[in-house]
Ligand binder design. Sequence first.
Ligand SMILES: Nc1ncnc2c1ncn2[C@@H]1O[C@H](COP(=O)(O)OP(=O)(O)O)[C@@H](O)[C@H]1O
Ligand SMILES: C=C(OP(=O)(O)O)C(=O)O
Ligand SMILES: [Ca+2]
Ligand SMILES: [Mn+2]
Length: 649
Amino acid sequence: MASINGNVLAKIETQKMKEDTIICHDDSAVPVKAQTEDELHSLQKKKSGPNTPIKGIQSAFGIPTTEVERQKQQLQSISASLASLTRETGPKVVKGDRRAETPKLVQASQPKHTAAPNITDSALKFTHILYNLSPAELYEQAIENEKGSFITSSGALATLSGAKTGRSPRDKRVVKDETTANELWWGKGSPNIEMDEQTFLINRERAVDYLCSLEKVFVNDQFLNWDPNNRIKVRIVSARAYHSLFMHNMCIRPTPEELENFGTPDFTIYNAGKFPCNRYTHYMTSSTSIDINLARREMVILGTQYAGEMKKGLFSLMHYLMPKHQILSLHSGCNMGKEGDVALFFGLSGTGKTTLSTDHNRYLIGDDEHCWSDHGVSNIEGGCYAKCIDLSREKEPDIWNAIKFGTVLENVVFEERTRQVDYTDKSVTENTRAAYPIEYIPNAKIPCVGPHPKNVILLACDAFGVLPPVSKLNLAQTMYHFISGYTALVAGTEDGIKEPTATFSACFGAAFIMLHPTKYAAMLAEKMQKHGATGWLVNTGWSGGSYGSGSRIKLAYTRKIIDAIHSGELLKANYTKTEVFGLEIPTELEGVPSQILDPANTWPDKSAYKETLMKLGGLFRKNFEVFANYKIGADNNLTEEILAAGPNF
Ligand SMILES: Nc1ncnc2c1ncn2[C@@H]1O[C@H](COP(=O)(O)OP(=O)(O)O)[C@@H](O)[C@H]1O
Ligand SMILES: C=C(OP(=O)(O)O)C(=O)O
Ligand SMILES: [Ca+2]
Ligand SMILES: [Mn+2]
């Protein structure tokens, strides 16, 4: 008998009661229809529709396949993607998570070995496939398995990209074979660092072995390009829920019907980013390698978990595939006014493509990657990838509001308990990012297509502070600045004032182009001419002095400038010509103080201005030397005009 402090507890007397008073009723609600906890939990989830890429496959006897058979076909396709090229043909794959209460134990059937079975541990093992999971499921996967995953106060998924917090352009390689040797741009200035087929296969095998060794891998089957005639089917195989959610947001999401008809992908990414490559492998110079094999239609990622690598890798693919169809691929943002006027925003990273294409008064077509075909423009992607550093609700409300449930927030810092993000905090990196589906922007244009552009805006963030806030360009000048691809950012630093460094990146995206820059430039010139588009150069950088003495042009002013371009107002302004660069600048523009329109007025030290202007002019000239021997387009006159459109001094 139980006793406390030696006192024997009194026995509780239970009396015989009437039938209806025996059970103590907690409430009056109807009780759940479940006898056990498991049964109760099974009531929670409603059955989803089929989630398989193969539709209406008839079995050998003409009987429609069952859902189980369909899933088997889907898994066979995934198993084929994950197959080692040197051992058994494909791993045993199982759909669904092992911890799921009711695992969908559909297995891909294994090919029968006729010879002595090549049994390895990896052949005996099962790999669980998490196929096109929903954002909610991916949140659960990330939070359960990936350290550094948290739900922020606005509902976004905060993640860490690991050691790499930006792209690794010096580790991006392309297989040079008989075809690509002739087709692609190689050598000085080219982003295509060569590798051979054999080395690619070694890295591919490395990635596949790593992925198959995992308990589970994520597979996304999605689309690129909103132009239905030039849509590309991509499969992304990755190890992290973060990567799967990122691509879910960034690529075009198939409808359930489209997924049923998906079939074989046109291109596959193997993202084994957590696993490194190594210098014992030929061509490898670090533990990171991003390898593209156009013949195999594959990309392998080793040694970097930065998700932007996947999006920009696919962009490189489009820069190869689209020009083959006379379609111009563009590193630009794109939006459209109420009257159907389309604007393109070219610019290197940090110059304002995402910020300025996201405009509350216009329809967003896309923030970063587009195609310009004979039918108009189309976004390649299904989402946006915005920088978050110093993000403010007041200045960029649409981006702010897009950071909600479903959005991936990379490398941000948040308050431990409230999970309130501090967008000013650079502790992890300055390159903090948000990836969200384009429909999170209220005035997104779905489908993301539009007519031919009316304005082509070249953005440069000039930290030297000598380029005017806006200039109107003629076609030759547009081409000159497009091929130059100038910007000058200042690396974030705490220790003192640093000199700005000029960056020239052909076509405002040399890291992603596959052909020689003049190929894209010629296409742009032809399209702009044909459709009567006007070119503009907008400096979103410094005014009143270089970085350190001047200040960045207020976003509000840049927006006014952009508004005046869209409305056609700026086309009607009076213009004067600047010295050295020979740029046409407006004398007045509503909402912008007139004195800032000419940088010569804003510098307190006139000789310092002139000196800096000449210095930048010299850098432009030096950079353009390599293009002087190339012909641009069919017309030789244009080449001459472009060469003459640079700085003159
Ligand atoms: N005048 C300005 N115009 C455009 N962006 C500005 C301006 N001033 C500050 N910014 C900031 O510069 C960054 C531009 O980056 P972003 O739009 O992401 O460039 P991109 O998409 O071209 O890489 C944003 O963080 C934006 O808030
Ligand atoms: C995704 C990127 O694009 P951007 O900085 O132009 O937005 C990147 O450069 O990694
Ligand atoms: Ca970009
Ligand atoms: Mn951007």
